[in-house]
Design a protein around this ligand. Sequence first.
Ligand SMILES: N[C@@H](CCC(=O)N[C@@H](CS)C(=O)NCC(=O)O)C(=O)O
Length: 196
Amino acid sequence: MKLYGMLDSPFVRRVAISLASHQVKFELVQLSVFSTFNEFSQINPVVKAPTLLLDDGTYLMDSTLILQCLEHQQKLNCFALSVQGYQLLGLILALAEKAVQYVYETQLRAEELQNPAWKQRVLLQAEKACQAIEQQIQGYPFHPADQVCISLAIVWTFVEKKLSGLIAEVNYPHITQLQQQMEQTEVFQHYAYPQD
Ligand SMILES: N[C@@H](CCC(=O)N[C@@H](CS)C(=O)NCC(=O)O)C(=O)O
């Protein structure tokens, strides 16, 4: 089984760390959906990361669908979440999506072509997600293999790296504490966010 994508993608890192946390064996192939578009399209014609290539040639995409599929196929326990856990995970994935949208708008488009109203909307949505997560994560049971804990830590690291100065991390001490705990674990260090 091969996982395609770069570890600076929160979605790719989420799949890598979730699989490794559940002792699933896979090979990580660090291909970029941008700089190696053509090579990536040989694996998945739609060029989305993460893509998981199964041994029979099936290619799966979308981090949640990949984890759900393996959950059934390999009898994992990724999504043993409470309703509150699902609410949190929805907020965390929305934050990831908004953070990536902001990065694409600001890094892939020339400054004079960027849409200020869209950027403002995306940042507001991201901030609202952070506020709700900060409130709901207090008292959430910590477990290093829990999908909420894994995804939140990964997305928060991405936010720190890519939205630095735009989201005031100081306002989110509980999120930061959980992220620091998770980033110190062996599996997080093995699949670390790439150095600049
Ligand atoms: N909902 C998807 C989002 C995946 C996603 O947007 N990945 C980005 C990389 S971070 C990508 O493939 N970008 C290229 C594109 O959308 O064309 C997931 O959970 O996997």
